[in-house]
Unconditional design. Structure first.
Lengths: 417, 85
């Protein structure tokens, strides 16, 4: 792999940009691998990259049924933050945030990580109490968190309507200054390129259709649309399709798949210097570098694999945003879409082994796993290499459901992103 | 927005009148004291989450108030059948 540098751009610009090549190979699948990762989203690719980069496990394939990043990793609103309530979650997401802070340099790929600050609004007395509790918990966990009064919130995001008779009055807000956004495709491509350079086979258009097991019941390989591939270690990292894949190995998961929607507006001049989210009204907004307002909505009320999402879900988010930001009322939306998110009962991920020997899960990131890509890949790779969960992900095992040790971020915040 | 036929009201009504109530056919352990942790886990948390034909409960909250068992294709969201629970 030839690295990107200012010098190379200069060379290419004087030679007509004819020297740029594909950034990763399109290899034919081999007969077998030490580790097979199913799912070419951010989590799967990051897992493969850290396996190769930090554990010397390079005989690895990432199998992707479509194109890499075609799932939720290329469909999300890219909010990155680590201010979760419980210690286990805070440690996990903070580990990820720290990796984000050095990621572009590490991958030699500009993931456009922008720490512009994530502000969460409270509209009721209860909201404010919940927000203050979060801020205190975060500070105890060593995570940067501030409480803002309405005027400070407006100073941070000037187009916010904080008048007292507003439909959703702003009574207070939390702010994580180190939070922000990143370029979703770049994260996927950066990990794919770096993993490929270390020998990982990233295989697109390769759908896993069955899981093979030996007489002991242990995983021995997968069937795919490009033939059978052998492996003793199978890592399912398939987000919304996790239940389908686990079903191939006879496992029922504590997961339901829901459509989650996002929209972008026509591009306008810079108006939003930060990320603003409001859980109460299920609205999340930031502005892309192109000028589009990037808006996240809520999930549908029922599980579905139809990658659309209901109109009333998106329109109610837009209604609310027009109340919070009256200046946006005449803005037109350009596109809307949905991704299928894998939601667990406690809204925390499932990372670790399963009762089937050789079968590992990294899923259940649901509506908020983009921010976790570097951390999840890093810790999951360490777990696969060691054959047991890393301490930071150990609390997130599948066994927490029978043990009753839920990490209930659902009741803690009911946040989508 | 789904249009769900209610066999009790005898009308197809918009989704907003209903409340989704989860996968159909889950049976609570008959003898709670005798049920194992695994039985409870399966009942409380494990779901088929089927891609394709799925049986689920809906309640016609803002109509007759009755629970229904709706059969829906989760790929195209078409409602195939709706009967009282
Ligand atoms: C609209 C929306 C907004 C979001 N906003 C945010 C946000 O602001 N912040 C945040 O942190 N998170 C957000 N998320 C969540 C985040 O996008 C996901 O948690 C994260 O991208 C999951 O990454 P992944 O790699 O696990 O899954 P994916 O990127 O979905 O990758 C899984 C891959 O598996 C492949 N696959 C499935 N079945 C098979 C098979 N049988 N064989 C081979 N491959 C298969 C799929 O094609 C897919 O590419 C949002 C999600 C959505 C949909
Ligand atoms: Zn009815």
């Amino acid at each position: 792999m030839r690295g990107f540098s200012f010098l190379r751009i200069l060379q290419e610009s004087v030679s007509g940009h004819r020297g740029w090549r594909e950034q990763w190979r399109s290899p034919e699948p081999r007969k077998s691998y030490d580790v097979v990762v199913v799912g070419g989203g951010g989590h799967g690719l990051a897992t493969a990259y850290y396996l190769a980069a930090e554990h010397g496990v390079r005989n690895v394939a990432v199998l992707e049924k479509g194109w890499i990043g075609g799932g939720n990793s290329g469909r999300n609103t890219t909010i990155v933050r680590s201010n979760y309530l419980f210690e286990e979650s805070a440690a996990l997401y903070e580990h990820s945030l720290k990796l984000w802070e050095g990621l572009s340099r590490k991958l030699n790929y500009n993931v456009m990580f922008s720490q512009r600050g994530v502000m969460a609004l409270g509209h009721t007395v209860t909201d404010v109490q919940v927000i203050k509790r979060h801020v205190h918990a975060n500070r105890l966990a060593g995570i940067d968190a501030e409480y803002l009064d309405p005027r400070q919130a407006k100073a941070f995001c000037p187009i916010l309507d904080i008048s007292r008779d507003a439909r959703y009055p702003v009574l207070g807000a939390s702010l994580q200054r180190r939070g922000g956004t990143a370029r979703h495709d770049a994260v996927v491509w950066g990990y794919a390129r770096a993993a490929d350079a270390l020998g990982v086979d990233v295989i697109e258009n390769c759908e896993v259709t069955g899981v093979r097991r030996d007489a002991r019941g242990a995983v021995s390989g997968v069937e795919t649309t490009r033939g059978a591939i052998g492996t003793g270690v199978l890592a399912l990292v398939a987000a919304g399709h996790s239940s389908v894949l686990a079903g191939m190995a006879g496992l029922r998961l504590p997961i339901e798949s829901f459509p989650l929607q996002a929209l972008v507006s026509e591009p306008v001049k810079p108006v939003m210097p930060c990320v603003v989210m409001s859980n109460t009204i299920d609205a999340y907004m930031s502005q892309s570098d192109k000028g589009e307002l990037v808006i996240g909505a809520g999930t549908d009320a029922y599980p579905s694999y139809g990658q659309r999402g209901s109109f009333q879900v998106a329109s109610s988010t837009l209604d609310s945003l027009c109340e919070l930001f009256p200046v946006l009322r005449r803005l037109r939306m350009m596109r809307s879409w949905a991704g299928i998110v894998d939601v667990t009962p406690d809204r925390s991920p499932i990372v670790g082994p399963t009762p089937t020997p050789g079968l590992w899960l990294n899923c259940g990131w649901g509506t908020g796993g983009f921010k976790a890509i570097p951390g999840s890949g890093h810790l999951f790779a360490a777990s696969l290499a060691a054959g047991r969960p890393h301490t930071l992900v150990a609390p997130f095992g599948l066994d927490r459901f029978s043990a009753g040790r839920l990490i209930d971020e659902a009741t803690a915040a009911a946040v989508s992103h | 927005m789904l249009l769900i036929p209610c066999p009790v009201c005898n009308m197809a009504r918009p989704e907003r009148e209903f409340r989704y109530a989860g996968e159909a056919g889950l049976v609570r352990p008959h003898d709670p004291g005798a049920a194992s942790d695994q039985d409870w886990t399966d009942y409380l948390f494990a779901r088929a989450n089927r891609k394709g034909v799925h049986e689920e409960r809906w309640r016609h909250l803002h109509g007759c108030g009755r629970f229904l068992v709706v059969t829906r294709d989760t790929v195209n969201d078409r409602v195939l059948q709706s009967v009282p629970a």
